[in-house]
Design a protein around this ligand. Structure first.
Ligand code: SAH
Length: 407
């Protein structure tokens, strides 16, 4: 007989809609259960609802593994989840590198937490190397079994742990990281994305070393850039990090000249190396500066661009900072709109989860009004298919983007 917790009657309806979390206030007095344990969720009357993992130290007291009573949470269960997530990626043409140079893309997100039935776990794949993030106590407690299942399914050459996200602290966990399986012949791993070459240090890079969530959006903006007609094509890639947007744009158009802007010198060096790897270093430049200040300098110098990519880091973590985040987006986008030549393109993104898609669009509309520029939305974008979403789980959706033509 496993441990169980009971849901208060007022929350039964919302739980039935499929949300994968139960907040502490929705449980009937769960005192005494071990944190991290896998438990059954019952109605107040005692009917079985789901199986999940419990943590009294988190506001999200229970995260759901399964709503099927016959499924026990063990090594075979984890293996099934890994295999099923891989089948989803296969549908999108994504797979482990076969060691040849034939695959256009050899890096993708294999496990996207709740949306892949693995709450609290992220696994990214770079060639034959996996990068894991154990974000919660529930998956940390099962770490060894989860890693065994991963190895059985994928046989990676190495697994790098990057469990250093903010969410771990909220769960009462210290950060962990480093090589936890196999061997790395070199600190940098080379992989391909849509036929382009990248090399990143997965032990030291931000997040899991490379932003896989923007893959489809890089391609989207490159597809527009490919048809650029004028012989001049000056591009500003702001918040460039690995430089990936600029590398795509340089490959898409022979006249594209890219200026990468970031406040991190190592990131800018990496952007240049990525152009070298792809044979476009002669059309790439770098500038180390704070984007907010540099945009004002560009404005004062009357410097103009034909295309600007704006992909800033997250501006707010919680609901109480939404207003500040919106002010940041408005300021940045207003300045960027003013730096664009008429007929130019703006690809603008927000990865702040608490800023909804609607709200982001409103902020951009406000920025356009204030900048006295007319904008047309050519595309609204988000996550790729290796970052699936659940229909009743808005918390899982953070990335949104707009590709605009600006007159
Ligand atoms: N566009 C990138 C991801 C951007 S990550 C990609 O496609 O992978 C955010 C980047 O913004 C980081 O490299 C960070 O160094 C940089 N950054 C953060 N705040 C900044 C600021 N105020 N000015 C300039 N760069 C900044």
């Amino acid at each position: 007989m496993s441990d169980s917790v009971r849901l208060i009657p007022a929350r039964e309806k919302i739980f039935a809609q499929g949300h994968p979390w139960v907040f502490s206030g929705a449980l009937v007095n769960p005192a005494g259960l071990p944190d991290g344990a896998t438990v059954d969720l019952l109605t107040t009357g005692g009917d079985w609802l789901a199986r999940g993992y419990f943590n009294s130290r988190s506001q999200i007291a229970l995260r759901i593994w399964t709503r099927r009573p016959e499924e026990t949470v063990d090594g075979a269960f984890f293996e099934n989840r890994f295999r099923d997530a891989l089948r989803t990626r296969h549908l999108a043409g994504l797979d482990f590198s076969d060691g040849t140079n034939r695959q256009a893309t050899t890096a993708f997100r294999w496990i996207n937490a709740e949306a892949d039935g693995f709450p609290g776990l992220i696994v990214d794949v770079f060639g034959s190397v996996c990068v894991t993030q154990f974000q919660t106590l529930g998956v940390e407690t099962r770490r060894a079994e989860i890693l065994d299942a991963l190895v059985r399914v994928a046989q990676p050459t190495a697994i790098i742990d990057r469990s250093d996200s903010e969410s771990r602290a909220r769960e009462g966990l210290p950060p962990t990281g480093g090589l936890i399986y196999g061997a790395l012949p070199e600190p940098e791993i080379e992989f391909r994305e849509n036929g382009l070459r990248f090399r990143v240090n997965l032990l030291e890079g931000q997040k899991t070393g490379y932003y896989l969530d923007q893959r489809g959006n890089r391609r989207r903006i490159a597809d527009f850039a490919r048809n650029w007609e004028s012989p001049e094509f000056s591009i500003l890639n702001a918040f460039s990090y690995t430089g990936a947007f600029g590398v795509y744009l340089a490959a898409a158009h022979p006249h594209a000249r890219i200026l990468h802007l970031d406040e991190s010198a190592p990131a800018l060096d990496m952007a240049l190396r990525h152009h070298e790897l792809n044979g476009t270093a002669d059309r790439a430049e770098i500038l180390k500066a704070n984007a907010f200040q540099q945009f004002r300098r560009f404005r004062d110098e009357r410097r103009q661009f034909d295309l600007i990519v704006l992909d800033p880091p997250k501006f707010a973590a919680g609901q109480d900072h939404v207003d500040g985040a919106c002010r940041g987006y408005k300021d940045l986008n207003l300045l960027a709109l003013k730096l664009l030549r008429p007929g130019g393109l703006l690809a603008t993104f927000s990865c702040t989860g608490v800023v909804s898609r609607d709200l982001f669009r409103k902020v951009i509309a406000g920025a356009a009004l204030d900048a006295r520029r007319e904008v047309r939305i050519l595309a609204e974008t988000g996550h790729g298919p290796d970052h699936p979403l659940l229909p009743n789980f808005p918390e899982g959706e953070y990335l949104k983007g707009l590709i605009l033509r600006v007159s």
